[in-house]
Write a protein that binds this ligand. Structure first.
Ligand SMILES: NC(=O)c1ccc[n+]([C@@H]2O[C@H](COP(=O)([O-])OP(=O)(O)OC[C@H]3O[C@@H](n4cnc5c(N)ncnc54)[C@H](O)[C@@H]3O)[C@@H](O)[C@H]2O)c1
Length: 373
């Protein structure tokens, strides 16, 4: 059988938590060559060696030269706000040389974004504009963008469909709405060339089952799952501050989120690339703007206390909880309606909460200090 040439895809943020799992999924297809652009602001370059190891371990017997090539990651330690450095990556392949971009890199701490909004707008929005300008110049006009459920603010209905009005409550959330809007406008302005998909992630958790890659934020974690994992491994005190326990309409008064396994989430990106390769299903005849948005979630809400219990079962850690006042900007319930992504992309986050907690613990217990030994 003759090998089909690998399609070159830039993954921004490939060293990060979600980006590394997306890279894993793309390597596994053995159809894409991943070119990472990441400045490792919130990640560790060790991740690349581990990804290559997983990809080699999962190769079939007697791999072809192209199979072997797909396991290798080309990585550029580049800040996306540094346009000349990003340009050098595109120049290496020339016009039309890169098939598409999965744009994952961003800063994501909601609280921090309220303190340094300009820095967030620069890092997340200016970099996206600059990336899109380079893509346009180099005839690379397919983009999959990492958005977030945070764009919905306080949604009027649960589960949340994509048609819900957008009303983010933080500069971080606004950066997501702005980037979505810019990509949408670009696709509308130049429908012969541009194709864009925004994926609104709900709450990813877990890790690749090998335990070789996982979430390893630089500094103190901000999200519930890495906090519980680091507590269980003894990196932080096992007393969890629970922000509010009298939210209306949730099972125990604590906030509800829609957690999905990060490998399932990563699989959504492969489906998004498939949809862009053969786009008549998502853009039927008569379509005028080639841009779409999909929620990626499980469609099942889990409260903070339910998650603590699930992690207790997985880790055996005797977590203590302390109820403190609600946090400004927290929303009672963010549960996705994932029906559109299932219908049009064939996406289904099928892994259970137990699998997510088990794989998270497998990663954290094997890597107590993350990528730093
Ligand atoms: N983790 C979540 O719960 C969640 C939920 C919804 C949406 N998202 C979005 O998903 C994306 C990835 O999130 P994550 O959890 O993997 O975060 P992460 O911090 O682990 O990964 C982001 C990566 O982007 C890189 N990066 C950031 N700014 C950069 C820049 N200017 N130039 C080059 N690289 C840069 C970081 O170094 C990091 O490796 C982000 O866009 C985030 O907003 C995350």
């Amino acid at each position: 059988m003759t090998d089909v040439p690998l399609q070159k895809v830039i993954v921004t943020g490939a060293a990060g938590y979600i980006g590394s799992h997306v890279t894993y999924v793309l390597q596994k297809t053995r159809r894409y060559k991943v070119i990472s652009v990441d400045n490792c602001h919130n990640s560790h370059p060790q991740v690349y060696q581990r990804l290559e190891q997983i990809a080699r371990d999962e190769l079939p017997p007697n791999p072809s030269a192209q199979d072997l090539d797909s396991t290798k990651i080309e990585y550029h330690n580049v800040d996306l706000t540094d346009a000349p450095a990003v340009r050098a990556v595109f120049e290496k392949y020339g016009k039309g040389g890169i098939w598409g971009v999965i744009h994952i890199a961003a800063w994501k701490a909601v609280g921090e974004s309220t303190q340094i909004p300009l820095t967030y707008y620069h890092n997340n929005v200016s970099s996206t504009i600059s990336l899109l300008q380079l893509m346009d110049e180099f005839d690379c006009t397919r983009i999959v963008y990492s958005s977030s459920a945070t764009v919905y603010g306080v949604p009027p209905d649960i589960p949340i469909p994509e048609t819900t009005r957008l009303q983010a409550l933080s500069p971080y959330g606004n950066t997501k709405i702005m980037c979505e809007t810019i990509i949408k406008d670009l696709c509308a302005a130049d429908p012969k060339r541009w194709r864009g998909l925004s994926l609104r992630y709900f709450n990813p958790g877990g890790a690749h089952p090998s335990g070789l890659i996982g979430e390893d934020p630089v500094g103190k974690p901000n999200n519930l799952l890495p906090i519980l994992a680091q507590m269980a491994v003894g990196r932080i005190e096992p007393t969890l501050h629970v922000y509010g326990n009298d939210y209306p309409g949730t099972p125990d008064g604590t906030c509800v989120r829609d957690y999905l396994h990060v490998v399932d989430l990563a699989g959504g990106h492969r489906l998004a690339l498939d949809a862009l390769s053969n786009d008549s299903k998502i853009f039927p005849p008569g379509t005028s703007s080639f841009y779409k948005v999909y929620n990626l979630g499980r469609g099942q809400g889990v409260s903070v206390l339910q998650m603590v219990e699930a992690m207790r079962k997985a880790t055996g850690c005797d977590y203590k909880t302390e109820i403190v006042g609600p946090r400004k900007g927290d929303v009672p319930d963010l549960t996705a309606d994932p029906a559109l992504a299932e219908k049009e992309l064939g996406f289904k986050a099928s892994q259970s909460l137990e699998a997510m907690c088990r794989d998270l613990w497998n990663w954290q217990s094997k890597n107590a200090n993350g990528y730093m030994k």
